[in-house]
Design a protein around this ligand. Structure first.
Ligand SMILES: *Cc1c(COP(=O)(O)O)cnc(C)c1O
Length: 414
């Protein structure tokens, strides 16, 4: 089989074999419905689900009963935001979020705006992708019921100053939700220290199975109430009806357990891989720009703009579709992931990166199973691909001849 290298760990991650092993019994002998109260099959399933709750809550400093299981981070974001807006509609209808959130947040907000159920402030971010906490403070009005800011960005890896925002939210008595999907299990989270009231996460971003996620909802200090978005059997304390995905939940918990135990060591290893990749590329290519924050970023995220080449052409050169004899490398481009049309990434746009440069960006997402050998191979392929494409690029030639291309970099701030 053709060799493949997976370096797109922000999109999803491979299942850790230890997670699969933990899940297997729950597909077979322990197949019970966690809501069956009358027999051992049900009790065993319920016990497994409740043990998983303990493990998940323990990672973030919450309580087991505050965990709601659901189908993933998209559902979790929807349940949190819509649930708050509906429950607290008599208190206010204003939401504060940022322009670089995941679509699960942005489209949920857009939908509420369209239905005239909420007014939303989308705060800008700086050139490195961070929101300014003082702008959050200034945006709060008497009508504000919710602040939603992600922990770490899925495209550029930038980590937001959640503790500072949480402090402001507490001071002003506004609920604080975070889509923690990219940072959960990768960087330490303490919901109490960070002033978080609701937190969303997903198993498949941390080497767990697809189709299972969680919403943590604070029960005291303050107690957060939600209107359920799914009607049915009243599972999960009425907040999310539907038979629980027991195998998925057990797998998610195992993934969390591993993440917690190995976090420090793994972060150091992945950071070293990222630096190796970055250093190799930068030592051989000019006109390469880092997108996102130089230090406040996920260890596994490297988002680079390679001026004067099209990210899409670069992807074709790397993903094997144009070179059947070479290894297929899986990475993402800043223009591909949001839609079928070649819109530049809205995240890069929000940083002030111009359309031209945004189109040249590649997101490398390093993860648990990447090796030094893979990093070296990918760096070499990237370097030769960029050199090849730049040889074909009249713009690159013009730049080298000293012709001023400031229009090309219009809007770019770095
Ligand atoms: C992947 C991701 C989601 C969506 O998660 P699913 O479980 O696939 O629905 C939401 N937010 C962020 C930041 C993500 O990275």
């Amino acid at each position: 089989m053709k060799r493949r290298i997976y370096m797109d760990n922000h999109a999803t991650t491979p299942l850790d074999p230890r997670v699969l092993e933990a899940m297997l019994p729950y597909f077979q002998e322990e197949f019970g419905n966690a809501a069956s109260r009358n027999h051992e099959y049900g009790w065993e399933a319920e016990q497994a689900v409740d043990r998983s709750r303990e493990i998940a809550a323990d990672l973030i400093g919450g309580k087991a009963k505050e965990i709601i299981w659901l189908s993933g981070a998209t559902e979790s974001d929807n349940v949190a935001i819509k649930g708050i807006v509906e429950f607290y509609k008599d208190k206010g209808n204003h939401i504060i979020t940022t322009s670089t959130e995941h679509k699960a947040i942005l489209d949920t907000c857009k939908s509420l705006e369209r239905k005239k159920l909420a007014r939303v402030t989308y705060l800008p971010v700086d050139t490195q992708g961070r929101v300014d906490p003082s702008q959050v403070r200034e945006a709060i009005t008497d009508d504000t019921i919710l602040i939603s800011v992600m922990l770490a960005n899925n495209e550029i890896g930038t980590i937001q100053p959640l503790a500072e925002i949480g402090k402001i939210a507490k001071e002003k008595g506004v609920f604080f939700h975070t889509d923690a999907t990219q940072g959960f299990g990768k960087i330490p989270i303490d919901v109490n220290e960070m002033g978080i009231d609701l937190l969303s996460a997903s198993a498949h971003k941390i080497y767990g199975p697809k189709g299972v996620g969680l919403l943590w909802v604070r029960s005291r200090g303050p107690r957060v109430r939600l209107t359920a978005q799914m009607d049915g059997g009243g599972h999960e304390r009425g907040m999310r009806s539907g038979t629980l995905n027991v195998t998925g939940i057990v797998g998610f918990a195992k993934a969390i357990e591993i993440a917690k135990t190995e976090m420090v060591e793994e972060n150091a290893r992945i950071l070293a891989l990222r630096e190796r990749l970055n250093d190799k590329i930068l030592s051989d290519l000019d006109e390469v720009y880092l997108n996102g924050h130089p230090t406040e970023r996920l260890a596994g995220n490297l988002n680079l703009s390679f001026a004067y080449i099209e990210g899409e052409s670069m992807l074709m050169g790397l993903n094997g579709s144009a070179s059947p004899d070479l290894a297929a490398i899986a990475v993402s481009s800043g223009s591909a992931c949001t839609s079928a049309t070649l819109e530049p990434s809205y995240v890069l746009k929000a940083l002030g990166v111009g359309d031209e440069l945004a189109h040249t960006s590649i997101r490398f997402g390093l993860g648990r199973f990447n090796t030094e050998e893979e990093v070296d191979y990918v760096a070499d392929r990237v370097i030769s691909e960029v050199k090849r494409l730049r040889e074909l690029s009249p713009l690159y030639e013009m730049a080298k001849e000293g012709i001023d291309l400031k229009d090309y970099f219009a809007g770019a701030s770095h």
